[in-house]
Design a protein around this ligand. Structure first.
Ligand code: PPE
Length: 306
């Protein structure tokens, strides 16, 4: 892992090596933590831009609300701390990881009055599924693990504990020779991937799975907006794995994965077996938006300079 110099820890900038917790931290035992994943991009004008920083901070507060965690920060304070961490590390481009966790105190599932602690780390992070993936697309398989039922884990919270479900599916997919897993919900419909939302394109219609058992991806919402602005028809609609098999195109969206084309699902080639025209168009427009090359989406960017 690439390290940087400082990590923001409960309001203080501490050296990377010193940002540590005790082994009896509640979150380490029970997964009682929430986090965000945010990207910053270097722009052509020499500044950098964090993509939808305020929206990520708002989602973090919503995750805290769902988990009944009290964060002593509002969205503006979290956003400012993210920028300060990027500046302290002189990082023009990379990934931002705020995390709030239930700290040390009483053991036992009930979090009681254990203090909630918050850190923000940043690091350089290239293409999540490999540089080639962004261009050529990836091979995926339907997971044997179902996405958690809507009353099992609260998927609208980006909660650490939820990721056990993702880890199981990711390990299975990788060990079976695939890049990523497609997870079905408990009714058998396509849900999301282990850390990405899913889109298919069929007969000119772009479909993404509805906001039920999935995380409300900020990239998902951004890509829907960009697609509609370009005149494409976009629906949030349930679909099945066999509709996915006969899609003309398919792709994943996520902060880490950005917009990654899918070229194969369960040994069925998707469309022509490489990134299709709609996927390529949306990917190009998405990258323009995040790098400040489309003034229409200037409101999504929080600029800073290092
Ligand atoms: N679903 C899940 C389960 C998920 O974890 C992510 C983000 C998304 C959808 C897409 O959401 P958004 O980033 O707002 O478009 N996954 C994060 C974690 C990746 C990791 O390995 O860590 C991310 O992309 O930052």
């Amino acid at each position: 892992m690439q390290t940087t110099k400082f990590i923001w820890f409960d309001g203080k900038m501490v050296p990377w090596e010193e940002a540590q917790v005790h082994v009896l931290t509640h979150a380490l035992h029970y997964g009682s933590a929430i986090f965000e994943g945010i990207r910053a991009y270097a722009c052509a004008d020499g500044t950098s831009a964090v993509f939808r920083l305020e929206d990520h901070c708002k989602r973090m507060l919503n995750s805290a609300k769902i988990l009944r965690m009290d964060l002593p920060y509002n969205a503006e304070e979290l956003a400012r701390a993210c920028i300060e961490t990027l500046e302290a590390n002189k990082l023009p481009e990379g990934y931002i990881r705020p995390l709030s966790f239930v700290g040390r105190g009483e053991m036992g599932v009930y979090p009681g009055s254990n203090a909630v602690q918050t850190i923000i780390a940043v690091w350089p992070w290239g293409a999540y599924l490999g540089a080639e993936a962004l261009e050529k697309g990836i091979r995926v398989k339907t997971s044997s693990f179902a996405r958690s039922h809507v009353n099992t884990s609260m998927s609208k919270a980006k909660a650490s504990g939820n990721y056990i479900n993702s880890i199981l599916a990711k390990i299975e997919a990788r060990e079976d020779g695939y890049d990523e897993a497609v997870m079905l919900d408990t009714n058998g419909f396509v849900s999301e991937a282990t850390g990405e939302n899913i889109f298919i394109v069929r007969d000119g219609l772009i479909k993404t799975t509805p906001w039920t058992s999935i995380l409300g991806g900020i990239t998902r919402q951004s890509v829907m907006t960009v697609a509609r602005d370009l005149g494409y028809a976009v629906e949030e609609q349930q679909f099945t794995r066999d509709e996915f098999y006969i899609a003309d195109e398919a792709f994943f969206t996520g902060t880490a994965a950005e917009l990654t084309p899918i070229r194969e699902l369960d040994h069925r080639q998707i469309g022509q077996g490489h990134a299709g025209p709609v996927t390529k168009h949306l990917q190009a427009e998405f990258f323009k938006a995040v790098k400040g090359e489309n003034p229409k989406y200037a409101g999504w960017l929080h600029h800073y300079t290092v």
